[in-house]
Design a protein around this ligand. Structure first.
Ligand SMILES: [Zn+2]
Length: 687
């Protein structure tokens, strides 16, 4: 075969590849247009095989023009939905492609025990010029690789990633992760949310630089499980989102039974899933531009671009810590940190996530926050701590005096928790034959539990404050922090306004000082009536500030969760609050902090996959719904029905997800008892 013919046939093969790619991605190219190119390619192939190389060559040139036309007509100014479609293409390079092409000598390590062999996550050592690197990523695999579940990691896979990170730490090797997952595998049996939460905490403490590259799908908590990085790179045809477009559309659609194309477009636009948006919102540090039609496995030049970006990322992380560092990847161990540089790395990492979020603060909160920050100065701390303690001592003394009175009062005048005048049926009526209950009676006399079977009804958060804290002891702080609409999400302003009006709060979270059986704590409550108690930027910031206070004043932290997850209307910013809150807890616990987490009905998704699962103790209420995804999502994924109590706290405890299930009437006693475990020498004010 002559050389021309060989080259022409190879070009024809490449052309066919592109044609199959264009068919694969769903971005509205008319099939007639693709068929025309396909037909011409076949003609050229026939000509070439019959030794008409010159004519075949000419034909190829005209085909090149057709491809150029397609690029111009369909790939300029891609809409978010088209980017979403391209990001999921089978023909895009996957983690293993990057591991082999961006680095040298990639050697996969496959797991360390029977439960960790999850092929949806791949890990291995590689070299980048003169440096060792730990490469970790979601691997979707290609055709016939269903065992990788399309890059949806099991908890074991996320644990496998942590083990690889720990190995990297042992050798002082930087970590580079490749993010490409539609989300973690939602089956509750192995506690996916609790594993993600743990991953967020452990990643923050990692003592080596971590650069991540979002190469395809950045699917919510599943992506974060290996993406608490110091420098984030994103390809321009990848997406990062708190929820899938179809999931988002299902939530915002007016007619829930019929999700229209317009709903999908609206969700894609509103969720701000593109790299440009992520960069503007401060979530991404650098965007790498892909070829016009998107990255494909055989684009050798493109891998060089990614390589250059990874090197720059690692240089930047190191330079942020040591200003005199000379960036040169040819120098051996150039990104290795000295022991004394590690605290600076963690500090930068903390600050990176701390500043993510958009919310409003009242002037008085701003002033108080500023005063609090002054506490970081040593002499301020030394001078004012005794003063603050004496003031608090007096306040608490007064509360304790009052407590005796109000306890007496409580006996004769039970707290009214809800004034809705109607009957309610216990969900267990069919099983236990419970009688209908008059709502005021239910809440006044039975703490919202069925007197016959003990079923725990959902309780409004004010009642938890009364139930758990000593009467009159709860003093709210940061009440001025307010939810806003950072992405300009359609209709969110109105929803927020309505929530603020009906619930009479500025966001879903309430933070304050309290006494629990005389023990001072910082307490956090979530109000499920405010946008389903979801986690947005204001809630994330409030939680972080509460943890900071607990840390500064060496108080235990007690949090009652009642939340539907991360708030989709705040998109990727809400998603990043999972990292922000988990880092806050990690720092607090590292400083000796003591955190008791109480999961009530419901504690779901992004909240369960972050701060709600990071307590030293995790308590749950009976029959509370605690889970990673909605049951219908799980059933759709595995095509199998799940029992009614699949996500009930008792089942979760059986799987090892919570430490204890405690009845509401015993909650305060149990929490007080746990708090006393850390009472040092009878002194009150310590962790
Ligand atoms: Zn009942």
């Amino acid at each position: 075969m002559d050389l021309d013919k060989k080259i022409i046939l190879r070009k024809i093969e490449e052309g066919k590849d592109i044609v199959s790619y264009l068919k694969d991605i769903d971005i509205g190219i008319p099939s007639a247009e693709i068929s025309r190119i396909s037909f011409k390619l076949q003609e050229a192939e026939n000509l070439a095989r019959n030794d008409n190389s010159t004519i075949a060559g000419n034909k190829l040139n005209s085909i090149d023009d057709l491809f150029a036309g397609v690029r111009k007509s369909y790939f300029l100014n891609l809409s978010p939905r088209k980017i979403d479609s391209i990001s999921r293409s089978d023909q895009r390079p996957k983690t293993l492609d990057y591991a082999r092409e961006v680095f040298e000598d990639f050697e996969e390590i496959k797991g360390f025990n029977a439960n960790s062999a999850d092929p949806a996550v791949v890990c291995g050592f590689a070299r980048l010029d003169s440096n060792n690197i730990m490469v970790i990523g979601h691997e979707k695999g290609g055709f016939n690789e269903d065992f990788r579940r399309g890059g949806s990691a099991l908890p074991q896979g996320n644990l496998k990633a942590i083990r690889a990170m720990k190995l990297a730490e042992k050798f002082g090797i930087p970590v580079v992760t490749f993010i490409d997952t539609p989300g973690s595998w939602p089956l509750e049996e192995y506690l996916p949310a609790q594993r993600i939460a743990k991953n967020l905490e452990v990643q923050y403490l990692l003592k080596v630089p971590h650069v991540s590259v979002v190469i395809g799908e950045g699917g919510s908590g599943g992506a974060l499980a290996i993406d608490v990085c110091d420098y984030r790179i994103m390809l321009d045809k990848a997406y990062y989102s708190v929820i899938s477009i179809s999931g988002g559309a299902a939530i915002i659609a007016r007619d829930k039974r019929h999700i229209s194309e317009a709903d999908l477009d609206r969700a894609a636009k509103n969720l701000r899933i593109t790299a440009d948006n992520a960069r503007k919102l401060g979530v991404v540090d650098r965007i790498v531009k892909e070829p016009a039609i998107g990255a494909r496995k055989n684009d050798k030049d493109f891998y060089l671009d990614v390589r250059e970006a990874v090197i720059e990322g690692l240089h930047t992380v190191k330079k942020n810590i040591s200003p005199f560092f000379i960036p040169d990847s040819k120098i051996r161990d150039s990104w290795k940190l000295k022991k004394y540089q590690v605290p600076a790395l963690l500090r930068k990492r903390y600050r990176k996530y701390k500043k993510i979020g958009v919310y409003h603060t009242s002037i008085s909160d701003k002033i108080r926050h500023f005063m609090g920050e002054l506490y970081r100065i040593k002499w301020v701390h030394t001078v004012f701590t005794p003063l603050r303690k004496s003031v608090e001592f007096v306040i608490n003394l007064k509360i304790r005096e009052k407590e005796e009175v109000s306890l007496l009062k409580a006996e004769v005048q039970p707290t009214v928790l809800s004034y809705e005048d109607r009957w309610v049926e216990c969900p267990n009526t069919g099983i236990h034959g419970c009688q209908d209950i008059w709502i005021p009676t239910l809440f006044e006399e039975y703490n919202g539990t069925c007197p016959h079977c003990g079923y725990h009804f959902r309780l409004i958060i004010d009642s938890y404050i009364e139930l758990l804290t000593d009467p009159g002891s709860f003093r709210e702080f940061n009440e001025g922090i307010e939810s806003v609409n950072p992405l300009g999400f359609d209709g969110y302003n109105e929803k927020l306004l309505k929530a603020k009006k009906t619930v009479k709060r500025k966001c879903a979270m309430i933070t304050g000082y309290a006494l629990i059986k005389g023990r001072p704590v910082v307490a956090v409550f979530t109000d499920v009536r405010f946008r389903a108690g979801t986690l947005g930027c204001a809630e994330g910031e409030k939680f972080l500030r509460a943890v900071k206070r607990a840390m500064r004043e060496k108080k235990p932290l007690v949090a009652v969760h009642q939340s539907g997850g991360a708030r989709i209307e705040e998109g990727i910013l809400a998603l990043m609050q999972m990292v922000k809150t988990s880092i806050a807890i990690a720092r607090y616990k590292q400083a000796g902090g003591y955190y008791i987490s109480i999961n009530t009905d419901p504690t779901m998704a992004g909240v369960l996959a972050s701060y709600a699962s990071l307590g030293d103790f995790t308590i749950a209420e009976p029959n509370a719904q605690i889970g990673f995804a909605g049951v219908h999502v799980i059933e759709q994924t595995i095509k199998q029905k799940k029992p009614r109590n699949y996500q009930h706290s008792e089942m979760v405890m059986g799987r090892g997800g919570v430490d204890m299930v405690v009845r509401r009437d015993e909650l305060k006693d149990v929490v007080a008892r746990l708090l006393n475990l850390k009472k040092i020498k009878g002194r009150d004010e310590s962790y």
